[in-house]
Design a protein around this ligand. Structure first.
Ligand code: SAM
Length: 208
């Protein structure tokens, strides 16, 4: 049986560049993985990729030029792909079966475009995290709760499609499932609410 702690979380970078939104998500994944004494691999990074300091200063974070197929060429069966289209859901026992958990480095979209299919083609065994689309940091958080803390998926408290209220007149609804934090609010990376508010202001300005 493998050690339930010290898991590896791999996000295969699939977008051409690292946007601000992804950076905040990856910093949150890195910090939480650090606390859990695991490793966060950001794989398939382009040659010219500059790792932002907020990420490189977290010891659990490992930037990687190679793709996951090359990294795990001899160990494919130890890697689980978190796949919204998989036929079975992730369970606490999967923490014994797999050492590494693989996620698509893709921003959430509505409706989902199934870009996780790019990883599905590589033949890793897949597991679903329930029927609703999560942000990448939420997907990693939920995976860790299931395989390390052994909490079954249906016992986790979620907030689906929460509305973020910026003031009396402005709010935005997020089309994703989040983990409910102890304060009753959706768990989000530090700085994300401010970024969403800024992006919402920008799109309102674009209308004029
Ligand atoms: N719209 C997406 C797509 O094109 O596939 C989903 C992207 S989601 C924001 C980023 C990653 O989180 C996915 O590639 C997957 O690894 C993981 N993920 C998110 N929700 C999931 C779910 N319900 N079940 C399994 N994995 C999920």
């Amino acid at each position: 049986m493998s050690n339930p702690k010290g898991k590896t979380y791999i996000v295969e970078h699939l977008d051409p560049e690292l946007g601000q939104w992804s950076e905040l998500e990856y910093v949150a994944i890195a910090k939480e993985t650090q606390v859990a004494q695991g490793t966060f691999l950001l794989s398939s990074l382009p040659e010219a990729f500059n790792v932002p300091p907020a990420l490189s200063q977290v010891p659990a974070f490992k930037p990687e030029r190679r793709g996951v197929e090359e990294l795990y060429a001899n160990d494919k069966s130890r890697v689980c792909l978190l796949d919204p289209s998989a036929s079975s859901d992730l369970g606490p026992d999967d923490g014994d079966k797999f050492d590494a958990f693989l996620f698509g480095g893709i921003l959430g979209d509505d409706p989902p475009r199934d870009r996780t299919s790019e990883l599905r083609k590589k033949g890793f065994e897949g597991r679903r995290l329930g029927p609703k689309q999560m942000t990448t940091d939420t997907a990693v958080r939920v995976t860790r709760m299931v395989v390390e803390d052994k909490i079954p998926l249906d016992e986790i408290s979620y907030l689906d499609f929460p509305e973020l209220k910026f003031n009396d007149h402005e709010s935005t609804q997020m089309p994703f499932r989040y983990v409910k934090g102890q304060d009753g609010k959706p768990m989000m990376p530090e700085g994300m609410i401010q970024l969403i508010e800024k992006d919402a202001d920008k799109s309102i300005d674009d209308l004029f």
